[in-house]
Design a protein around this ligand. Structure first.
Ligand SMILES: Nc1ncnc2c1ncn2[C@@H]1O[C@H](COP(=O)(O)OP(=O)(O)OP(=O)(O)O)[C@@H](O)[C@H]1O
Ligand SMILES: [Mg+2]
Length: 486
């Protein structure tokens, strides 16, 4: 009887593998940049058109490939990076599965140009949907360039799921950002529709790269960390609590040079900042954990975004201890422990009008003021640039409150509070029946300002005043690009 089971054709296997590895243009960028890094490139150029939907080209000046390797590189399970079982547990390269190029080629119009020789002899291979259509000998400097056009042209269902140009671009830029943070010694250029979005020269170290990529102002509020724990090493830059964000997007964590999103690491990071940040706020950091490759399994998912540690607890506790030690060294933990300033109460709703019972209060102390202004460097300074100078003398809170016309139904709640006093020049102690309420005065002040501004913005009447001297804003390249698109 004829067997019902058969081995799938290679081209179909590649497409299936591509389903996991290639989710969107940024996945292609990730794989190609990783290959360039593994090839020892010193300069990497990433070119995109239409957010990568039309074109993704990654060029490097790495080792390149000879003719035979160039052909082999498009085969599935073909790699120069591992050759035995043991190698899988002693990885020193980003790639090892030997399937990225084959997968990408199977779902695109793919061109590989590569040369391994200094004499300028190279090879070009053109493939469509994984089928090689043309090969030529070409003159090329040493290095490799991979061009991926019309991603998912043969998988319409996948193509349909691609997002707007700007969204895909932002994902791709994010990938380049992560790679660039992990490799300050490599120069990176990111170009979109012929426009240079990012140009990073080779740097001597992480701080220089962070300054160039995320902004000098961010670097100013970060602390260098380097903790050697024998089998484990943690190094990088971590934010002082004054520098924090409303999302975890600025927590860049790497394990053995590979960007990863790991639950254990993420938890350890947040645990380290517990008591130091308000709820819903996240630190900023570029953190590298180095450990024996045998202690961590990278082969968890084809995208290699996840890892499994052999001893999760050890890794977790080491990260917490290292970060807390560093913050303690900079007195942040002392501040939090000693003065109780760290856990600031959150203001649940916009403040309501008519709180006339609230008397004159003073502004929060300077430590808080600093914390708030450096909290959102881009946004706050942007608002300041458009609004009149803030009053030198703090307004009575009663006045501020009465300005507020909340659209939510919280009207009356704050108005009925009885003000008992002020604690530590930072908190308002209020009584609501039998309840005692602590209001973070500074957060309240910010919220009122925010609500005022939002209302004015919605009404199209934000007050503007031209500055006598232009304010220089430092934005990372993605924010700058988003601004330019407006
Ligand atoms: N930019 C490059 N420069 C030099 N060699 C390259 C380059 N890109 C790919 N190669 C070669 O082609 C091989 C196949 O690349 P591919 O990305 O498919 O697999 P891999 O990197 O070995 O593993 P993975 O699938 O995990 O990425 C690599 O092992 C490497 O030898
Ligand atoms: Mg690879």
């Amino acid at each position: 009887m004829k067997s019902r089971i058969h081995i799938l054709p290679e081209s179909l296997c590649n497409k299936i593998a591509a389903g996991e590895v290639v989710e969107r243009p940024s996945s292609v960028v990730k794989e190609l940049v990783e290959n360039a890094i593994d090839a020892g490139a010193g300069d990497i150029l990433v070119e995109l058109e239409a957010g990568g939907r039309k074109l993704i080209r990654v060029s490097d000046n790495g080792s390149g490939m000879n003719r035979q390797d160039a052909f082999l590189s498009l085969e599935r399970h073909a790699t120069s990076k591992i050759s035995s079982d043991e190698d899988l547990f002693a990885l020193h390269t980003l790639g090892f599965r030997g399937e990225a190029l084959a997968s990408i080629a199977s779902v695109s119009r793919f061109r590989l140009c590569t040369s391994a020789s200094a004499d300028g002899l190279g090879y070009e291979i053109y493939a469509e949907g994984g089928n090689i259509k043309k090969t030529t000998e070409v003159g090329l400097p040493r290095g490799t360039s991979v061009e991926v056009r019309n991603l998912f042209f043969n998988l319409p269902a996948r193509r349909k799921f691609l997002r707007k140009e700007q969204t895909e671009l932002s994902h791709a830029a994010d990938v380049v950002t992560k790679q660039a943070l992990a490799h300050p010694e490599i120069s990176f250029r990111l170009q979109h529709n012929g426009r240079i979005l990012l140009e990073l020269r080779r740097e001597s170290g992480l701080p220089e790269r962070v300054a160039a990529l995320l902004g000098k102002s961010m670097l100013r509020d970060m602390l260098p960390l380097d903790q050697d724990g024998g089998d484990l090493r943690l190094h990088g830059l971590i934010s002082q609590p004054v520098l924090n964000r409303s999302a975890a997007a600025h927590i860049y964590t790497f394990v053995n040079g590979r960007y990863i999103r790991d639950r254990v690491v993420q938890h350890a990071v947040m645990e380290s900042y517990r008591q130091l940040l308000m709820k819903g706020r996240y630190p900023v950091m570029v953190l590298f954990l180095e450990l024996d490759p045998a202690q961590v399994d990278v082969n968890v998912h084809p995208t290699k975004h996840e890892v499994r540690f052999r001893d999760q607890r050890l890794v977790h506790d080491f990260i917490v201890a290292s970060i807390r030690d560093r913050l303690r060294g900079s007195q942040w933990l002392e501040l939090a422990d000693g003065q109780g300033r760290a856990e600031t109460a959150q203001l649940p709703q916009p403040l309501a009008e008519g709180s006339s019972s609230v008397a004159m209060v003073r502004e929060a102390p300077s430590a808080y003021h600093q914390s708030a202004t450096s909290d959102h460097p881009a946004v706050i300074s942007g608002q300041q640039a458009f609004s009149p100078q803030p009053p030198a003398v703090p307004e009575p809170l009663s006045e501020q409150l009465s300005l507020e016309q909340s659209s939510t139904d919280s009207a009356g709640f704050f108005a009925r509070l009885q003000l008992l006093g002020q604690y530590h020049q930072s908190y308002l102690l209020c009584q609501d029946g039998d309840d005692l309420l602590l209001i973070d005065q500074h957060a309240a002040h910010e919220r009122i300002g925010f609500e005022k501004l939002r209302k004015a913005y919605l009404a199209g009447s934000v007050e503007r005043q031209q500055l006598l001297f232009p304010e220089i804003l430092e934005l990372d390249f993605r924010s700058a690009d988003a601004l330019q698109q407006q």
